[in-house]
Design a protein around this ligand. Structure first.
Ligand code: ATP
Length: 227
C-alpha cells in the first residue's frame, strides 16, 4: 500500500500471537509495520522470540491469530524470489566442511529464479563479481564454501542475496563469527544498500552502534516486540 511521501508498507504484522506447545505464548498481539527504505534492527535476550518472529514473517510458522503481509501479500516459501526477498539465515553453511560447492556455485543458486527473464552466464558472472567485490570476497570465487571461515561464509551468503537485487533484506544474526574488521565492512555495505533504497530488517546480538543509518530499533521481550 502506498503511503504519504512515496513510502510503501513492506512488512505488516497485525495482532499476531503465537505459542508452540502448552499455554505459554511466545509472542502476543505483535503489531509491526516496516516501510520502504527502513533500516530496522531487532534485539533481545536468548529465547525472547526473535527467531520465532522471523519464522512467522517468512511463513515458516502460522500465527495462532493475526495476519502477516509482505509487500501487501501473505507469503508462502515459494513467493520469496518473486517478491524479491533476500533472506540470510543464521550459520547456513557452517559445520559442513565437505559441502560440495564452490563460492561461485553457491552464488549461482541465488540467481536461479529471481528474474523473470533468465540471465545470461555473462550477466550472472557480472552480478556475482560485483556482489563479492562489495563484500571483499572476490578472490574466494573458486574456493569450496565449506573451507571458508564462519565470517567469510556469512559474507558470501550476504553477497549471494545482494546479487539478486532484493527489495527487502532479512538477516538473522549476521554478526555471529564475524571479526571486528569484517563487521565494519558488513555494516558499511548494509548502510550503503539502505541509502540506495533497500529495506533491511536484521536480528542481531552484535554491537548495534556499528550499524549506522538504522532508523528503527525493535526489542523482543516477554512475549512482546516493542519499538
Ligand atoms: N520448535 C520449538 N518448539 C517449542 N519451543 C520452541 C521451539 N523453538 C523455540 N522455542 C521456544 O520459544 C522461545 C523463543 O525462542 P526463539 O528461538 O524464537 O528465541 P530467540 O530470541 O531467537 O533466541 P536466540 O537469541 O537464542 O536465538 C524459547 O523459549 C524457545 O525455547
Amino acid at each position: 500500500m502506498q503511503k504519504a511521501g512515496g513510502k510503501m508498507e513492506v512488512i505488516q504484522m497485525k495482532d499476531v500471537s503465537f505459542h508452540y506447545t502448552g499455554d505459554v505464548p511466545i509472542l502476543e498481539n505483535v503489531n509491526i509495520c516496516l516501510n520502504s527504505g527502513d533500516y530496522a534492527i531487532l534485539t533481545g535476550e536468548n529465547g525472547s522470540g526473535k527467531s520465532t518472529f522471523l519464522k512467522l514473517l517468512l511463513g515458516e510458522l502460522e500465527p495462532d491469530q493475526g495476519t502477516v503481509e509482505i509487500f501487501g501479500k501473505k507469503i508462502g516459501k515459494a513467493d520469496f524470489k518473486e517478491l524479491k526477498i533476500g533472506y540470510v539465515p543464521q550459520n547456513s553453511i557452517s559445520g559442513n566442511k565437505d559441502f560440495p560447492a564452490t563460492v561461485e556455485e553457491v552464488m549461482m543458486t541465488g540467481l536461479y529464479r529471481p528474474f523473470k527473464k533468465r540471465l545470461s552466464r555473462k550477466e550472472c558472472r557480472q552480478k556475482i563479481t560485483v556482489a563479492l567485490t562489495e563484500l571483499g570476497m572476490e578472490s574466494f570465487l573458486k574456493r569450496r564454501i565449506g573451507e571458508l571461515s564462519g565470517g567469510q561464509q556469512q559474507r558470501v551468503m550476504l553477497a549471494r542475496v545482494l546479487a539478486a537485487d532484493p527489495g527487502l533484506l532479512i538477516l538473522d544474526e549476521p554478526t555471529v563469527g564475524v571479526d571486528s574488521v569484517s563487521l565494519e565492512a558488513l555494516a558499511k555495505v548494509l548502510q550503503k544498500k539502505n541509502e540506495e533504497g533497500l529495506t533491511i530488517l536484521m536480528v542481531t546480538h552484535g554491537n548495534t552502534k556499528l550499524f549506522c543509518g538504522v532508523n528503527r530499533h525493535f526489542k523482543a521481550d516477554e512475549g512482546g516486540i516493542t519499538e
